[in-house]
Design a protein around this ligand. Structure first.
Ligand code: KIV
Length: 554
């Protein structure tokens, strides 16, 4: 019988061919109960720290829903002490979580721990996640503390956190570059003081898989109490090894993996949740480990993160990239048609990606449309679905078929921002020419009143922006970033404009979508100016994060 991974054995469950190779190479095989590996998701903390990935509270609550549907064990909701906005978000997420553990990060400082506890204490399952750096470089240059002082601080803070909360995680920041004897002392002390989870991060993505695996083996061999707590890994992707290192850690004895959806995170990102979970599932026998994740929810959760952060995935991204299950070469297509296992080690269905999707067009009904929205990770109330359905119908009149990318762009762009819509587009016309000065006439509704202005510029978009700036009364607003991309191929493609506008030293983002490039550009600009108008002095979300030097978090 052919197993899901395409190899054969008697039971049909595990790959005989793979097993033979594994046995020959002398690796451990699974003849005991699989160990349960906890999935600790940090999309809302580490992920949100990546440039351009800031999320407002409504969006964080939506991501939380997806994480709970996936069945992650722990959600790191943020770093409560880093800003009032982060505190409020962590608190709201802690209150909203139905079943998962909710953690807040805290430095080894009493004030941080108090703030973190205040934020998570109402969660059904709260966790305090306390950290301090243990590498010579970090202790000397960043913390300016001696190893003994770091050890004392770790003990004091873990004990204090444990006096507040029964679930305490302690992280040795930059552990992979720390000295083994010191690691053993700190881990032993943290456990003695009450840590229930100990995390050994590869903070700067420096480790090689063999080294990282041996770190876990060595800690288990040298700290007897380590086997009684959850041992966690946390890997960054600076050398593209975050997933490989996390999987190596599991082989070395880690029982918790910290990761982010789509692998977002500081710098080159963190280990990707979907890749780790699918590796453990697809190579179940090799790892002898399983997670509690419902993998059929992966695709929707990944799409949701793309949509709320506006960050697109590379097409060849493992598991969730557009091409992950696409077969172009004739020889592959032939094989897949004969038997999908020839070239597919996982099924698209196993990550929640339907193999045969109905094509959506102008004859499609609301049911099929709202189902597709859900498959793409959008969970919207009826009023929003109705609103989007009207837009979908209008688009379907202009395009033969409406692609997933089109639907995502519609849903993403009509979500707007939290800012009130003081400006709204009523109509526009442009003169584009290489003979006379381009001109744009824009009529907007400003606080309910129709106002029309004419602007000139280098091109039609620039001309319209001049007119809009004047209507908004924001003459100083400066366009810092302007991007225009085709959502899909073809002559009738929609395009998406994204802009970043600065005003009074602060930046505001906007995006707009249309089959007309000028209209998409106008809509994006209006969205950014609405945010600028609403700005009441609070720092925009994008700059809400603590400075790295201030927190020591990477
Ligand atoms: O990368 C890191 O080391 C961290 C810890 C604070 C967990 O984010």
């Amino acid at each position: 019988m052919v197993a899901e991974n395409g190899t054969r054995d008697k039971s049909g469950l595990h790959g005989g061919g793979v097993w033979a190779i594994i046995r020959r190479n002398g690796h451990k095989t699974m003849n005991t109960e699989p160990k349960r590996v906890k999935i600790f998701d940090s999309t809302l903390r580490e992920g949100e720290q990546s440039p351009g990935c800031s999320m407002n509270l409504a969006v964080k609550l939506l991501v939380l829903e997806h994480l709970e549907a996936l069945g992650v064990d722990v959600v790191e909701a943020g770093f409560a002490a880093s800003s009032p906005g982060d505190f409020e978000a962590v608190q709201a997420l802690a209150r909203a979580a139905k079943k998962t553990v909710v953690a807040s990060l805290a430095r080894c400082r009493k004030a941080d721990i108090d703030r973190a506890w205040e934020a998570v204490r109402e969660a059904k399952h709260p966790r305090l996640h306390v950290f301090i750096a243990t590498s010579p470089l970090h202790m000397e240059c960043k913390l300016r503390m001696s190893p003994e002082a770091v050890l004392a601080s770790a003990k004091e803070c873990v004990a204090y956190a444990r006096s507040l909360c029964g679930d305490v995680e302690f992280s040795l920041e930059d552990c992979s570059r720390s000295e083994r004897p010191f690691i053993y002392r700190v881990v032993a002390a943290a456990i003695e003081c009450g840590a229930t989870t100990v995390n050994l991060p590869d903070t700067v993505g420096f480790a090689m898989p063999e080294e990282y695996e041996s770190l876990f083996r060595d800690v288990l061999a040298n700290v007897p109490a380590a086997k009684d707590v959850t041992l966690s890994c946390h890997c960054h992707n600076d050398l593209g090894l975050a997933v490989a290192n996390s999987l190596a850690a599991v082989r070395g004895g880690a029982t918790q993996v910290e990761c982010c959806l789509n692998g977002i995170g500081e710098r080159a990102g963190n280990a990707s949740l979907e890749e780790i979970v699918m590796a453990l599932k697809t190579r179940h026998s090799f790892f002898g480990a399983e997670t509690g994740i419902d993998t059929t929810r992966i695709y929707a959760a990944s799409k949701c993160v793309c949509s709320v952060t506006g960050q697109k995935l590379q097409a060849n991204k493992a598991i969730v990239g557009e091409n992950a299950f696409a077969h172009e070469a004739g020889i592959h297509q032939h094989g897949v048609l004969a038997n999908p296992l020839t070239y597919e080690i996982m099924t698209p269905e196993s990550i929640g990606l339907p193999r045969n999707k109905m094509v959506l067009g102008k004859h499609s009904g609301k049911h099929a449309f709202s189902q597709r929205l859900e498959d793409l990770g959008f969970r919207l109330d009826d009023a929003r679905v109705d609103e989007l359905f009207a837009k979908f119908k209008a688009l379907a009149d202009r395009k033969k078929t409406v692609s997933d990318a089109d639907i995502e762009a519609l849903a993403h762009n009509s979500r707007g921002t939290d800012a009130p819509e003081r400006l709204a587009l009523d109509r526009f016309s442009v003169v584009a020419s290489d003979v006379i000065t381009p001109m744009g006439t824009v009529r907007l509704r400003m606080d309910g009143e129709l106002v029309e202005k004419v602007g000139t510029g280098d091109g039609p978009v620039n001309a319209c922006y001049t007119a809009i700036r004047e209507i908004a009364g924001l003459p100083e607003a400066r366009l810092e970033v302007y991007n225009l991309t085709a959502v899909d191929g073809g002559m009738d493609a929609q395009c998406e404009a994204t802009v970043k506008v600065s005003n009074n030293g602060r930046s505001f983002r906007g995006s707009g979508v249309s089959t007309d490039i000028v209209e998409a550009s106008i809509r994006a600009y209006i969205q950014a100016l609405n945010a600028a108008l609403a700005d009441s002095g609070a720092a925009p979300a994008e700059f809400d994060h603590p400075q790295r030097g201030d927190t020591g978090v990477h």
